[in-house]
Ligand binder design. Sequence first.
Ligand code: 5GP
Length: 202
Amino acid sequence: MKNKGLLIVVSGPSGAGKGTICKTLVERNSNVFLSVSATTRLPRTGEIEGENYFFKTGEQFKEMIANDELLEWAVFCNNYYGTPKKHVYDMLDEGKNIILEIEVQGALKVRSKYPEGIYIFVLPPSMEELKNRITNRGTEKQEVINERLNTARLEFTHINKYNYIVMNDTVDDAVNKLESIITAETCRVERSTEIIKEVCDI
Ligand code: 5GP
């Protein structure tokens, strides 16, 4: 029998590069999967429905809330974002490790429902670098960039509610750190009850 998968929550300011490191982590590890969120934000160029997000209208999103389909949801920079619940719980039951790449308010809601999750905050090397990364991405207007930087400062005030900090200086280093965290967490005694039963017959 398998132990339950790990629920890994990754937060960090917009532009810190959490999307890139989570994507690389998933590509490098066959038992790590990304949860796909629902959002009312419009798709950016190149974003694919069902792969990057499930793009919803405000009405559709409110219906998902009313039907209790979301593990958590939050408003971020005037758009709704939420994690579809069923998929996440099914994957965990199948022993798969699943990553929620979500902002702080949502992460805190998940933590209150699922304290055994692993909560990781991704930091940029500096605020200057964060500003450069968001600006160079070229997908947001100046007004939105400023709003995202202000939101980042607010998000930093919640860092102490997370279990781990991963600085994203290079993608490779950051992914190595995430892999080390997952390996260590998987080896915890309380997560190995099935293996202990099988091997030690106790
Ligand atoms: P973006 O618009 O840049 O794709 O995402 C904006 C923020 O929303 C990011 O911090 C991202 O992690 C967060 N986010 C994405 N999906 C979800 C979700 O399902 N729930 C919550 N609470 N935040 C999300």
